[in-house]
Design a protein around this ligand. Structure first.
Ligand code: ZN
Length: 569
């Protein structure tokens, strides 16, 4: 793991601890092997004058749900340290009460709600604290000999804490274990099955410790662990740079699934949406690592044991649906009934069961599929799954993938605070919250201007993901937001059209709405004046092209959710 600290850049923040905190937090946040999408947290402590001129010791900690990669000064919440330390002395309070008390300890009511791990930062007696869910470290701890391996790798350098769900109980556990401990003997702390902390009186040292500690775990895995990667079946290798082929942000690879696979993907998506009771996107990852995982003979058994860290539970549920290519519908129904049974086994009667739809699937021979109500959700799941499939295999090769038990998984998934975080986080595609088309996939021809562009924009505003086709090469810039895709395409070129439809399904999982809008409007001519060329061109664009586009789309629309066709005549 590379140390990205730039002494020259960092030197400008020397006088401003909060700026420095932003700087090194971003260094951590930009490494997906350390944290993913809102995971991890950092803090800094210093004295501040309040309105009355009194000095107070303040903890600035990352706000709940903020992303370390893009964090700003105002994403850190200032809290009175004295209050927090008193709170940590309490015998037992609920997590909801803890969060309420933390909010009352804020010195700026406009700051975001503080991280659920704020109290942990308060009781660790160092100015700078960095916390990540580093893949390598959690992978090693998710094995039967996790604790021993950590001791072997780190000796006495780390304070080791057994698994306790994040929240007040974890704070108490650390607090009690630390009673007779001199924190100065440690460079960091490992929370088994959860993550790692580093700390120091210097920002540089705390960051460097994190990188060095995680590097040791990576080195250990590099020497002792393996994982498999293979190429997908039934895929065509397409030369990158082909005109209608948009860069593949999911797998980063140029292996494109063929038509029957795409049609099956659309069927999978429809079934998952049915179970969820709402339209969902389905993003296939058929990169070598996802395929290597999906092709393991024991994939069903190992994939469903649990997550890397409890932070991922609200995104991915405890495990994926393992798809049976012979009986897709049944395997998805089995997932739903299995999830329901897990809830019934674990609930204390006070929780409400979440929907039973999977958030990801393992598709033997093809790769992994991420499901989400919108592009933000499905991308987060895609990223988490990419890290998960690797971690599972690495752990299997060093003794066995052994995440926390089912009761801990349930506790993490149904924790009141996590549920709250999820609802705060869900990015609605527009401000007034009208999301009638959320999860829907639309294709609009002639989308670079006029009616086509207006349709594309409106569907997008209403929550759909939208692919626009146009002759105008600028279409890729005109429709460039996440959840939109502009493809340069001549709708009279049947091959280009069918490729564009394939790209749409590969990227989002299906097709629900087709707006046939591309057309020409020739200058007015009488029948006897009209030349052959004008007549043929008009027929080609206004009649044959929509027929061809329909031909490519109908097989997918048949698998769509409330499919709709809109003709501009
Ligand atoms: Zn954590």
């Amino acid at each position: 793991m590379k140390n990205l600290w730039d002494p020259k850049e960092a030197s400008q923040f020397e006088e401003n601890s909060l700026q420095m905190r932003v700087y090194s937090s971003r260094l951590l946040g930009n490494n997906s092997d350390l944290v993913l999408h809102g995971g991890g947290n950092t803090s800094v402590k210093f004295q501040e004058l309040n309105l009355f001129g009194e000095e107070e010791e303040i903890l600035y900690v990352k706000g709940s749900g903020c992303n370390l990669a893009t964090i700003e000064k105002y994403s850190f919440t200032p809290l009175r340290l004295k209050t927090l330390r008193k709170l940590a002395e309490m015998e037992n309070i609920s997590d909801v009460e803890m969060v309420r008390q933390q909010q009352m300890a804020m010195t700026n009511p406009d700051a975001p709600s503080p991280s659920v791990e704020a109290l942990l930062h308060a009781i660790i007696p160092f100015k700078w604290i960095d916390h990540t869910h580093a893949d390598a470290v959690v992978t090693i701890t998710n094995t039967p000999r996790g604790k021993e391996l950590i001791q072997e790798i780190y000796g006495e350098r780390l304070f080791i804490i057994p698994y306790v769900m994040p929240g007040f109980k974890l704070v108490r556990k650390v607090h009690e274990m630390a009673r007779n401990v001199d924190w100065n003997q440690y460079e960091g702390m490992v929370l088994l099955n959860h993550g790692i902390f580093s700390f120091s009186e210097s920002a540089l040292e705390s960051y460097t410790r994190m990188i060095d500690l995680v590097s040791l775990a990576e080195k250990y895995l590099g020497k002792n662990a393996t994982f498999s990667s293979t190429f997908p079946q039934d895929s065509v290798h397409v030369e990158t740079g082909a005109k209608t082929v948009a860069p593949d942000t999911v797998s980063g690879k140029a292996f494109f699934p063929e038509h029957p696979t795409l049609q099956t993907l659309a069927r999978i998506r429809r079934k998952v949406s049915e179970i969820r009771g709402a339209a969902m996107l389905a993003q296939l990852n058929n990169g070598p690592e996802a395929c290597g995982f999906a092709n393991l003979p024991n994939v069903k058994e190992i994939a469903t044991r649990g997550t890397i860290t409890s932070d991922h539970l609200i995104r991915t549920k405890p495990g994926p649906a393992v798809l049976d290519p012979e009986n897709l519908e049944k395997s998805l129904e089995n997932f739903a009934s299995g999830y329901k049974a897990y809830f019934e086994r674990q609930t204390n009667g006070k929780q409400t069961c979440l929907d039973c739809a999977p958030r990801w699937g393992v598709w033997p021979g093809k790769g992994t599929v991420a499901f989400g109500r919108n592009i933000t959700e499905s991308r987060i799941v895609t990223d988490i799954v990419q890290h998960t499939v690797k971690a599972i295999q690495l752990a299997e090769s060093i003794g066995g993938w052994n995440p926390v038990t089912e009761d801990h998984l349930f506790e993490g998934e149904y924790m009141e605070l996590q549920q709250k975080k999820l609802s705060n986080n869900s990015l609605l595609p527009n401000e007034n919250g009208s999301v009638e088309f959320e999860g829907k996939i639309a294709l609009v021809s002639g989308a670079a201007s006029g009616i086509g562009l207006a349709c594309a924009r409106e569907l997008f505003e209403q929550g759909a993901v939208v692919v626009g086709l146009d002759l105008n090469p600028d279409i890729s810039n005109i429709l460039s937001e996440p959840g939109m895709l502009g493809i340069e395409c001549d709708v009279t070129d049947q091959k280009a059209v069918s490729e564009a439809v394939a790209v749409t399904v590969r990227k989002f999982g299906g097709l629900d709405v087709l707006v046939l809008n591309a057309g020409t409007f020739p200058v007015g001519q009488t029948i006897e004046e009209m030349d052959e060329q004008t007549w043929s061109k008009s027929l080609a664009i206004n009649l044959t092209a929509p027929q061809q586009l329909l031909q490519s789309c109908v097989p997918f629309l048949k698998e769509g959710i409330d499919p709709a066709l809109i003709f501009m005549a």
